[in-house]
Each structure stands twice: as structure tokens, then as C-alpha cells.
Design a protein around this ligand. Structure first.
Ligand code: PLP
Length: 231
């Protein structure tokens, strides 16, 4: 099943890229494996997947221990400051930095462990009350402040778009995230490398690609429905 799902997603990515004049290699697929057993991750791994996304620290650590060492682990869920120390030297990228205090903690732990951590700033572009993320208005100044911290590199922005029936409804939010990204590029802030736009999930990754996503985060579309809600 995972094989067929990946084949379908691959063909969707290819059409979204050609539709929008983008190169296939500019869009990276993250397999969001939260709540799924290691056997499912292994199946995806054997089919060539190397980027996996998890939203809980303990689960990420458990899978990190059991899976091959060449995986790039992406922390995509809300991160509590007291848990930063467990993952800072294990993750490839943290997509969910939404406050200066969290960034400060990541920086502090990265200095201790002598690593450099790549992060994305999570933006709540739709301004949904239930979602984490910096507001669109505060994002630029948050980036300017976080950029000054040692052992941490901002590589782009991330958003979780609203749940909608018709993915076209999210186009404006993806376009808005890209606009903030472009604004930040034009500011030429030291130590900020605006390279990645992490946006698009199972329901809307094609729209996200046509709006410039460089990372799409797909769970259900690869592994099937999750058995219990992952909060
Ligand atoms: C669960 C999750 C996804 C994947 O969602 P699907 O709809 O299953 O593709 C993507 N991003 C984040 C932040 C998530 O928590």
C-alpha cells in the first residue's frame, strides 16, 4: 500500500511542478510517520524515503533509536522548552519554532552539545486561535531577533494551513507565507538563509507546491489514516 501511495504522490508532485514551472528536485517530501509503527517507516525507508517527520519528542527518540542512521528527522510538532535537550543533536531540522524563548533554549542546548541546528519559523498565517505559530505581523521581527542567537540557523518558514474541504481555499495562505519569505529575503538579515518553505499536507500539497513549497509534509497520503488523533 505504501508503495502505491508513494507512486501516486510522486506523480502528483511531478504534475504540480510542471504546472508551475518548477523543478522536481526543488520539492522535498517528508513522510509524516507520527503514530505509525516502525515497520511502516521501514517500508517507506526501503522504498527510498529518507526524510521523516514526527511531532512528539519521545516518539521521535524511540524511532531514532530503531531506524537506520542516514534518516533526516524533522521535528514538526509543538516543542516544549524542557524537551529541547533530548532532540537538539538528533534532528535534521526543527520546523516549529514559534517564539523567541523556544529559539533561545534551542540555541543554549546547541551550544552545550556543540552542534548547529537548522530551524524554520512557524507562522500561523490564517490566524487560527487553535494553532501555534507566530502571527504574520510579528514574523519579520521574530526572525531578526532569533537570527542573533548562536548555533542556530534560520532556513525558512513553515505553516499548517486550516483544514478545508477544497484545497484551493488554502492557496491564499500559502501565497501569504511565500510573501513573508520574500520580504525577509529582501531584508538580507545576517545569519538567515531563506531556502525552505514547509507547507502542504495530504489534503493540499499540490496547491502548496504551485505556491512555492520546498518541503511538503505528508502523513495520511503515505501511511493511511492514523488510528488515534495525534495532538
Ligand atoms: C500530522 C501532520 C502533518 C501530516 O498530516 P496529513 O494530513 O496526515 O498529511 C503535516 N504537518 C504537521 C505539522 C502535522 O502535525
Amino acid at each position: 500500500m505504501i508503495r502505491d501511495n508513494l507512486r501516486k504522490i510522486e506523480s502528483d508532485i511531478a504534475s504540480a511542478c510542471s504546472e508551475s514551472g518548477r523543478n522536481r528536485e526543488d520539492v522535498k517530501l517528508i513522510a509524516v510517520s507520527k503514530t505509525k509503527p516502525v515497520s511502516a517507516l521501514q517500508e517507506a525507508y526501503d522504498l527510498g524515503i529518507r526524510d521523516f517527520g514526527e511531532n512528539k519528542v519521545q516518539e521521535l527518540l524511540d524511532k531514532y533509536e530503531q531506524m537506520p542512521g542516514d534518516i533526516r528527522w524533522h521535528m514538526i510538532g509543538h516543542l516544549q522548552r524542557n524537551k529541547v535537550k533530548y532532540i537538539v543533536d538528533k534532528v535534521y531540522m526543527i520546523h516549529s519554532v514559534d517564539s523567541y524563548r523556544l529559539a533561545e533554549e534551542i540555541s543554549r542546548e546547541a551550544v552545550k552539545k556543540n552542534v548547529n541546528v537548522s530551524v524554520l519559523i512557524e507562522v500561523n498565517v490564517a490566524g487560527e486561535e487553535s494553532k501555534f505559530g507566530a502571527s504574520a505581523e510579528e514574523t519579520v521581527s521574530l526572525v531578526e531577533d532569533i537570527a542573533k542567537l548562536p548555533n542556530l540557523t534560520i532556513r525558512g518558514l513553515m505553516t499548517i494551513a486550516p483544514y478545508v474541504e477544497n484545497s484551493e481555499e488554502n492557496r491564499l495562505y500559502f501565497a501569504k507565507l511565500r510573501q513573508i519569505y520574500v520580504d525577509i529575503i529582501h531584508k538580507n538579515i545576517d545569519n538567515v538563509f531563506m531556502e525552505e518553505l514547509s507547507m502542504g499536507m495530504t489534503g493540499d500539497y499540490e496547491v502548496a507546491i504551485t505556491e512555492g513549497a520546498t518541503y511538503i509534509r505528508v502523513g495520511t497520503g503515505i501511511f493511511g489514516e492514523r488510528q488515534y488523533p495525534a495532538v
